[in-house]
Design a protein around this ligand. Structure first.
Ligand code: URA
Length: 204
């Protein structure tokens, strides 16, 4: 897919530039970013990783320790579980693109702060535009609240797809929150299985 688009906030997109090239440009900007204090504590930025042509883009909260060390999203325990969850939807990591609201690790994995979200999310918006996925799967409260512009919590929103512009937003529990909580685990696995059913329909 090629996209010609003048909405980019963090990069200048060239006419006909591919999704992969746009994502590389955004990743370079992320790597150079010093717009908030999180840059001081990072080992690596974690711009996101996956298929530039993905039909499904997953959005988490922020890198943790393993992600900071490796520069890739969801490579720790939550990531291992996420790979399993993708299987419930008939997907592999190669099929999807995974990103986070924040691109740098908050100290001691504390919650993202409103100022950090405001400063960092132009990168996420540009990634969404570059990929143009059909589904945005928001994992947990931070991604869901940011994408849906809602104050409603994930417990009431998960598994209920909503249209937002040209995307279908599909909120789910955060995998890390579900690892040790049987009830959330069941809900999360059912939500990924239901996503798999939806994906059997050809892209609209
Ligand atoms: N949790 C997240 O929200 N993102 C990651 O990349 C890893 C854990």
């Amino acid at each position: 897919m090629t996209m010609i688009n003048d909405h980019f906030a963090t990069i200048v997109s060239q006419e006909g530039e591919s999704s992969a090239a746009l994502l590389e440009d955004i990743a370079s900007q992320v790597a150079a970013c010093r717009r908030c204090p999180l840059c001081e504590g990072r080992t690596n930025v974690v711009p996101g990783f996956g298929n530039p042509e993905a039909r499904v883009m997953l959005i988490g909260e922020a890198p943790g320790k393993n992600e900071d060390l490796q520069g890739k999203p969801f490579v720790g325990a939550a990531g291992k579980y996420l790979t399993e969850l993708l299987g419930y939807a008939g997907l592999t990591r190669e099929d999807v693109f995974i990103a986070n609201v924040l691109k740098c690790r908050p100290p001691s994995n504390r919650n993202p702060q409103p100022s950090e979200i405001e400063i960092c999310t132009p990168f996420l918006r540009d990634q969404v535009r570059a990929i143009g996925p059909e589904y945005l799967v928001t994992m947990g409260n931070f991604a869901t609240k940011f994408i849906l512009k809602t104050e409603q919590g994930i417990t009431g929103l998960h598994g209920k797809p909503r249209t937002a512009g040209r995307f279908i937003v599909y909120p789910v529990f955060h995998p890390a929150a579900a690892i040790y909580d049987r009830t959330k685990r069941d809900a999360l696995e059912a939500d990924f299985a239901a996503l798999g059913e939806r994906l059997k329909q050809p892209r609209a």
